[in-house]
Design a protein around this ligand. Sequence first.
Ligand code: PEP
Ligand code: MG
Length: 754
Amino acid sequence: MNRSAYGGPRLLLRRLREVIADPASARARLDKLVVMIAANMVAEVCSIYLLRMDGQLELFATEGLNRKHLHSIQMRSGQGLVGMVARTATPLNIANAQEHPNFLLFPELGEEIYNAFLGVPILRAGSTLGVLVIQNRAQRVYTPEEIETLEAIALVLSEAVAGNEFSQLARAGAPLAAKRPIHLNGTGFFDAIGLGHVVLHVPRVAIGQLVSADPAAELVRLEQALSDLQANIDSLLDHEDLERGEHREIMEAYRMFANDRRWAGRLREAVETGLTAEAAVEKVQSDMRARMQRAEDPYLRERLNDFDDLANRLMRQLVGDAAHRGDLPKDAIIVARNMGPAELLDYDRTKLRGLVLEEGSPTSHVSIVARALGIASVGMAANIVAQVEQGDAIIVDGSTGQVHIRPPANVEHSYAEKVRFRAKRLAHYNTLRDVEAKTKDGIAVSLFLNAGLIVDLPYLHETNADGIGLFRTELQFMVAAKFPRIAEQRALYEQVLQAADGKPVIFRSLDVGGDKILPYMRAETEENPALGWRAMRLTLDRPGLLKTQVRALLLASGDRPLHFMFPMITDISEITRGREIVRQECDFLKKHGHKIPSEIKIGAMVEVPAILWQLEELVQHVDFISVGSNDLLQFLFAADRTNTRLAGRYDPLSISPLRVLRRIAKVAGDANVPLTLCGEMASKPLEALAVLAIGYKRISIAPSAVGPVKAMLLSLDIAQASAFVDQLLARGEMQTSVREQLQNFAQQHSVALN
Ligand code: PEP
Ligand code: MG
């Protein structure tokens, strides 16, 4: 390792940090930095190039080259040797630079006398912010220690560059890449727009000390953290839940990585250069991320991702609880790889404006919760965690799936305008709160809410809906760490009934399985979970679960009426068996002196096609019917509702599903059995128009949909719409989707669609 006027790399790193923190001007600090680096590295030249937002690398500081040309020398990323380092994000070490095919001579700099060239990228969270170069006259190759030292210096510099400390020096005030806007396309989970600031769910550790006072002690800390990490993963693997399956394979791969000698070797080298263990982890992680962003092979990306996770774990071992989230800004947009629903609920709801995930799907639990919270949410935003910094400005557009990180002023303005426009619309919907939901031709429509969490309850008052048409009881189970006990279930149901204040609430029995997984319930891996052991099938096989739930509901209802429905009814026997369990539980409670509800209405969800051909019999066995259009459409179209590739492929506003829905309405109407449609379909005004036109008078929708749907129905003449849709369905031979025709109808008849 070098010895020099500054006493070796460790001391140098410390002195560099002091210079960066100095209150002197940016110019003076940069000039001092390059002098110190050159002297320490025994180099004749040291230069700093910073990457601008327009993709140009600009010379910001130099010792050894002609300083007259600072800020006027610039090259594209990829151009020349410096550009190569920026583009590949890897060090370039050559004995004779001028012979390199990529060498680009700037004669005005006086560069032609130098041969040896070492350039390293200035990286932050995997993104290139600039390039640090040293040069010598002698034709020599730099040693691995020298490369390591220069990389450590680049890490120290990266903090200042990312903090925009030198940006005011840039030519013509051009913005630097460190703060460049990024635009990502994900998948919108909830149609709202959020403007705010990034809160990283797993905060990046702010490393207090980059440079260690005692490398030997630091090495001991690193070794300890590494061995704790390995022990940790071993004990995770010993956990009995991981005996089989995918989890175990993933964790095995993890164990392999945690024991990877090259990874540990690179960490040790960084510590030996003088970095603290935390800074070493950050440095190696940043290199990995740079590779990850450039890796084309999905398998390699996946593996590098694992290393990224491991580095996060190792960092947590090192800093313990120091990675504190700090205060939540009042406009927090949570950014995470993925998270559980309960974790989202841990945040202060009043400050949440949005959620962006790298993973997730529209029906994943966390997105259901995000929807319940009414916050803008986007998933499948590739690689977002590595591209944001805590506190960055960010816009989340749940209606299109777009995410703008550090948005330029024009984008911010147009979104602010969009938000104002939406707020105006919302204010208009609020004025409809107490207006009776009656169509233009005087037909009353009941608007109910879909709900499932405590956070949904205030919407009942806010929207003045007629009740809760679908209470998804499984959400309580999904956000819990273990099976909620009867007392917990009862407490929730009591709260719901209290909030409903006499309005009806339709509780649905536990609908788990498929994509709704309870982490604490061991289940076989299924080939086709949507067609698998789920919903009513599961609860009939585990009657203990159903009995407990029924008892909790009966106790919570007291002598109030109880509405209870069963999901995924596939044949009549399932409803009769369900009914029998309710009867037995009533008898049991009566025998033990409890009150039982004044009336109990039992309903069936129609969401499995088989029951469509037994509807006439089904209506004899139930007090009401609720159509689950999400599942019904998934099964009718044989198109997995969680598969984003199929989302939008088949239109619910097509001949076949509309005929099916109309038939259900006809059979229920003839039998005088109340009917509701409670899938997401009716939450959209145009779809709601169609549903009302084919005979539905009760729909259960998302709270945010009440305003738009009410505005639509107030301007709708049902008789006219029914005649129009009947005529479309009568001659459905050529076309499938009738969306366009319905839109035209709405336009011609001034039906308010948004
Ligand atoms: C449905 O399938 O339409 C429904 C309402 O139930 P879930 O979305 O909870 O499956
Ligand atoms: Mg369903």
